[in-house]
Ligand binder design. Sequence first.
Ligand code: FES
Ligand code: FES
Length: 171
Amino acid sequence: MDNITFSVNGKPVKASAAEADLPLVDFLQEDLGLTGTKFCCGIGVCRACTVSVRRQPGAPPEPMIACSTPLSSLQGVEISTIESVANHDTLHPLQQAFLTHFSFQCGYCTSGFLMAAMTLWDRLVDNPINKQDLDEVVHNTLKDHICRCTGYIRYYEAVKAAILNQPGMTK
Ligand code: FES
Ligand code: FES
């Protein structure tokens, strides 16, 4: 196999064929120094390690579990991690909403919740939804994430509030 090339937060990256079986979370943390994506269960259950991926340019973003995704499956994709979400010192509206709603306690699950919510946010930019569908859409986006500090309701409320406050995302 040749080198594996893809992008992380808009920058092209390359992994050697010898790293084909390496989980993405290890590559992010150890090769790129991006430690915001968290390793927790390691078996695809908790979703603390969620990042956002576009399978090809212009494709809708999808959540992806970085602990269980080998680099060999990432040829040509575009990955976004939590490090790409804030604009320098300005938090993204979702990040600000997590703070305003006291969504997290220890924060270990936060990166995963945020990146799942970001995939929803990025989809709604082009495809607003009906307000009455928002509860269900947010529930479906976050329902598989585990928070050991039981912040579920506050995460859900934060995401809903941020989307409702953003012009053009609901109708
Ligand atoms: S650490 Fe990846 S799903 Fe739990
Ligand atoms: S805030 Fe601690 S695990 Fe969610």
